[in-house]
Design a protein around this ligand. Structure first.
Ligand code: NAG
Ligand code: NAG
Ligand code: NAG
Ligand code: NAG
Ligand code: NAG
Ligand code: NAG
Ligand code: NAG
Ligand code: NAG
Ligand code: NAG
Ligand code: NAG
Ligand code: NAG
Ligand code: CA
Length: 383
């Protein structure tokens, strides 16, 4: 049984990869046609300077800067600026998750505009957030939804309209677009009644990024780039290459700001009246985040606060919360109440990983469907 489950687990793991093959000119390193490639200054794009792979509308600049993820070229979306590109979904239905770099354009502005990223049936607004990274740019992600069999995906990035004087507005700069596809069916960890409890299924990390991917509030589990988890406030999706991660390649660092931030999910099939242990690892990311962490954990109607003194050098401690299920889908959440910042004024916080919901002993763990089958078999045998 365990072998069998493991084999399925391995098979499903294969079906996720990050690729730049979907988008043409994803890092804007192919310069506009008819331009001097060696040109060092910004240039306005118009019908005489088309950008390979992209359709351009409004005020869009091709910019060169040293403060980019690839120290090369990027696109600034000024007033009514908009770029789009259509690519085709390949093979079976998959979730298309976009990660991109956002750079604040200009300094000293009285207002700054965000960027609206849209897919065929979704859109989100992203703004550069001060005190959320040390680098002069940030990675964000957007779930473009589930597509397959050559369906066209029109990806649109446009500047947000602002009320203020457009000359004193900082317009967003974007760079390094990366698409990751994730299987629609989630990998089920044997025995765990939660999906993606180890946070391995989420957006990809940009090649030169050392600061994870910020995930803004997303109310729906389906629309989230972090599969099967919704987000309140802001969290940082962290990779094991640059942070301390308890298990696997990724985990979640919860960043509380003026109000608490949290992540939420729901169990698959907990049976009413049965007892379960919600276990998780709580620690710090090894990002110099020192402080007193208070994390509120909720499972159905059971709630408890867990605390951790962090010295910011990377840790992970296992905790558990026992609860009695009241319905099949028990709501689970982790909320950080502590506002912590590093010496460099970057927001940081507690790291959650290895979230599992396991039945606690006895027959309570046997699913009703199995019980019914057993009774049916006994009944047949009795006849
Ligand atoms: C490219 O550079 C050359 C020499 O510097 C200049 O003569 C030409 O006008 C430039 N072309 C464009 C499209 O800017
Ligand atoms: C581009 O600008 C940088 C400094 O801003 C300078 O060092 C470099 O030589 C310039 N390159 C070209 C091709 O003009
Ligand atoms: C494009 O180039 C043509 C010919 O050089 C010129 O007449 C036209 O004004 C240019 N368009 C723009 C938007 O610069
Ligand atoms: C990473 O950054 C270096 C310079 O800092 C640049 O040469 C390289 O192209 C970047 N890699 C990617 C994949 O953008
Ligand atoms: C951009 O979108 C328009 C429709 O809004 C479409 O006609 C055009 O082909 C798109 N451009 C690309 C490069 O996909
Ligand atoms: C930025 O704003 C400050 C005060 O408003 C001003 O003194 C400074 O010259 C400005 N810098 C630039 C580069 O505009
Ligand atoms: C954000 O960072 C700036 C300087 O980096 C600092 O002055 C400011 O106090 C920080 N804000 C918060 C809320 O930590
Ligand atoms: C914005 O700047 C442009 C050129 O720099 C100038 O022509 C225009 O009058 C300015 N608009 C406002 C509202 O200041
Ligand atoms: C956990 O701590 C927060 C903030 O201190 C508090 O608002 C909340 O009521 C506490 N929850 C529990 C279950 O003790
Ligand atoms: C930080 O905490 C860990 C355990 O939580 C401990 O092993 C380590 O020695 C501490 N480091 C410092 C510098 O206090
Ligand atoms: C729940 O899990 C935690 C962490 O693994 C463990 O310490 C605790 O003993 C478990 N509780 C029960 C009742 O098994
Ligand atoms: Ca993990």
């Amino acid at each position: 049984m365990v072998m069998w489950v493991q084999r399925i687990f391995m098979l499903l793991l294969v079906s996720s990869f990050a690729s730049s093959d979907f988008i043409e000119n994803p890092d804007f390193e192919t310069p506009p046609l008819n331009s001097n490639a060696s040109s060092n200054s910004s240039m306005l794009l118009d019908q005489n300077n088309t950008l390979p792979g992209w359709t351009v509308q409004g005020t869009v600049q091709y910019v060169t800067s040293l403060e980019l993820p690839d120290t090369g070229h990027a696109i600034q979306l000024s007033e009514d600026g908009k770029i789009n590109q259509t690519f085709s979904a390949k093979g079976d239905d998959m979730n298309y998750i976009l990660t991109f770099a956002l750079i604040p354009g200009g300094k000293n502005c009285s207002a700054s505009a965000g960027v609206i990223v849209s897919g065929p049936d979704s859109n989100s607004v992203f703004s550069y957030r001060h005190n959320y990274s040390q680098a002069p740019w940030q990675s964000y992600s957007h779930n473009l939804g589930s597509w397959g069999n050559g369906e066209p995906i029109n990806l649109v990035l446009e500047s947000q309209t602002v009320d203020s004087d457009t000359n004193s507005t900082c317009w967003p700069i974007i760079d390094t677009l990366l698409i990751k596809t994730l299987g629609v069916t989630l990998v089920q960890d044997s025995g765990n009644l939660l999906s993606n409890g180890g946070f391995e299924s989420g957006p990809s990390f940009l090649p030169n990024s050392t600061e994870g991917v910020l995930i803004d509030a997303v109310p729906s589990l389906i629309q989230s780039a972090l599969r099967q988890w919704s987000v309140t406030g802001t969290v940082r999706y962290i990779d094991s290459e640059h942070f301390h991660v308890a298990e696997g390649k990724a985990a979640i660092e919860i960043l509380a700001d003026t109000s608490p931030s949290s992540i939420q999910t729901a169990t698959r099939d907990t049976s009413e009246g049965s007892r379960y242990n919600l276990t998780f690892s709580l620690g710090d990311a090894n990002d110099a985040c020192r402080g007193h962490f208070v994390v509120g954990v909720q499972a159905g109607s059971a709630a408890q606060n867990f605390t951790l003194e962090s010295n910011g050098t990377g840790s992970g401690e296992k905790f558990g919360l026992v609860f009695r299920a009241e319905e099949a889908a028990t709501q689970i959440s982790f909320t950080s109440y502590s506002v912590t910042i590093t010496k460099e004024d970057v927001l940081c916080g507690p790291v959650i990983d290895q979230v599992m919901v396991l039945p606690l002993g006895g027959t309570a763990s046997v699913k009703p469907t199995w019980l019914l089958l057993l009774f049916a078999l006994l009944y047949v045998a009795f006849l």
